[in-house]
Design a protein around this ligand. Structure first.
Ligand SMILES: [Zn+2]
Length: 386
């Protein structure tokens, strides 16, 4: 049995959370002896559906090993992340197969890793070949939607691919979406230059999410109609946004949250495999990129295009609070409970019966940061101190 004391992220009330056998047994009011403000906040673990790697290791590296996967997963506890979708971007079939196989091995050999990975996110390769929508994905590996290829990758993953990002205009995307959704996979629209009709056809076929809405897009587009408005205005889609302070201006974050509501907006960091590396030039599979001193990762030949983020999810929650005037509770849920609902996996809550994936952290209204004190997964302390 384990007892945690802190302030509920829901309303700031001091609480005591009792954990038994990996689950929350009780959540009760508590009475601090001194100032409750000295207690950490307590919230469910963060869940990010788009993380590409860490400290130079990429999930789409064809030489990825299960040990590297475990290292990357474990590093994320320090940021309050207890669940994530390892994300593989556009690459050859062989490279995707190798990365997926390593992730499967890591999950099958290690129970905590299996709990941390509710599914793999396949971002591409069925995306737009155009500059802008394609982002930093390598053009040579972009290809039309192909259900047979996906089935083979899904077999290699042991049925772990839970989320696919594709462009509605690629190949016979609508049919691919219908089959994917029927098999339990969530389909997200992204890296697209689709017409409004193609966007609607993808949603009619079962797509329920937008991948980093507002990014992976042309630098210049027709004012309306366009693929951003079509996704923003369709209530059947959750919107995922990167709130690292570089990918979207504050006004766009506010607009997405107002259009989608706090229940249907998801925060992701979309951290690159270079997250955690020092500033400088780097060569990655898709070409040359550079980490700028302010923490931006850009395509070297075309610095207006970002190549993923160097921030982690806790930083993105803190930025979203400031940029969009959100409550801690709403912003935190956008990076935890909303993600689970969008992927139709167990929602973890600060409530009896929920799996004890919990984070203790420091944060004040005026703070730029959410500082993680401790991360507990399945009732076990994974990093920090209590
Ligand atoms: Zn992307």
């Amino acid at each position: 049995m384990l007892e945690l004391r802190g302030r509920s992220y829901v309303n700031g009330e001091p609480i005591c959370v009792t954990i038994e056998a990996g689950r929350i047994a009780r959540v009760e009011p508590a009475w601090p002896e001194a100032d409750a403000a000295a207690w950490p906040w307590i919230a469910p673990g963060l869940f990010d559906l788009q993380i590409n790697g860490h400290k130079g290791i990429w999930f789409c590296d064809p030489k990825l090993t299960a040990e590297q996967v475990l290292n990357v997963l474990e590093a994320h506890f320090a940021f309050g992340i207890t669940r994530m979708c390892p994300t593989l971007i556009t690459a050859s079939f062989e490279a995707l197969a190798a990365g997926i196989k390593a992730i499967r091995e890591a999950c099958e050999s290690t129970p905590w890793a299996d709990r941390m990975v509710p599914g793999i996110h396949l971002e591409g390769p069925h995306i737009s070949p155009e500059d802008g929508p394609r982002g930093a994905h390598p053009l040579s590996q972009v290809r039309p939607a192909n259900w047979d290829e996906f089935r083979r990758l899904q077999d290699i993953s042991g049925n772990r691919i839970r989320l696919v990002t594709l462009a509605p205009e690629t190949g016979n995307a609508a049919e691919f979406i219908r089959q994917a959704v029927a098999s339990g996979v969530t389909v997200s629209i992204g890296h697209t230059g689709a017409t409004p009709e193609q966007v609607t056809a993808a949603i009619d076929a079962g797509a329920t999410l937008s991948t980093h809405l507002g990014n992976g897009a042309h630098g210049m587009i027709r004012r309306h109609p366009n693929y951003i408005w079509e996704q923003l205005g369709d209530k059947r889609l959750f919107a995922c946004i990167i709130t690292d302070g570089h990918h979207l201006p504050a006004s766009v974050i506010r607009s997405v949250v107002r259009a989608k509501s706090t229940l249907h907006t998801i925060i992701t960091c979309d951290s690159a495999g270079l997250a955690g590396c020092p500033p400088g030039p780097y060569q990655i599979e898709s070409g040359d990129v550079e980490i700028l001193p302010e923490g931006k990762i850009v395509v070297a030949a075309n610095p207006q295009y970002l190549a993923g983020s160097a921030q982690l999810t806790n930083a993105c929650v803190a930025y979203a609070i400031r940029a969009a005037g959100l409550s801690l509770h709403d912003a935190w849920n956008m990076a935890s409970r909303n993600t689970a609902r969008a992927l139709k996996v167990e929602e973890q809550r600060l409530a009896r019966g929920s799996r004890a994936d919990l984070v203790l952290f420091d944060w004040r209204d005026s703070d730029d940061e959410i500082h993680i004190r401790a991360t507990i997964a399945n009732g076990e302390l994974r990093c920090g101190k209590m």
